[in-house]
Design a protein. Structure first.
Length: 64
């Protein structure tokens, strides 16, 4: 159970001000290069953060 908890804690971003991992997304915008820009607010301290996320590509191989 500790291993599952450790993996879960490694996911996501951490607030640079308070260390909290709970965010509320206020705006999502697709970019021209295929990435996604998200504006988030920490639910604990209110710090605003912008993240850039890449859409995972599909593995190349056989066509179904």
């Amino acid at each position: 159970m500790k291993a599952a908890r450790a993996k879960r804690e490694d996911l996501g971003i951490q607030c640079p001000r308070c260390g909290c991992r709970h965010f509320h997304t206020t705006h999502t915008e697709p970019l021209r290069d295929g990435r996604i820009r998200r504006r988030k607010v920490c639910r604990h301290c209110g710090r605003k953060v912008i993240t850039f996320e890449a859409v995972p590509s599909l593995p190349r191989g056989r066509d179904c």
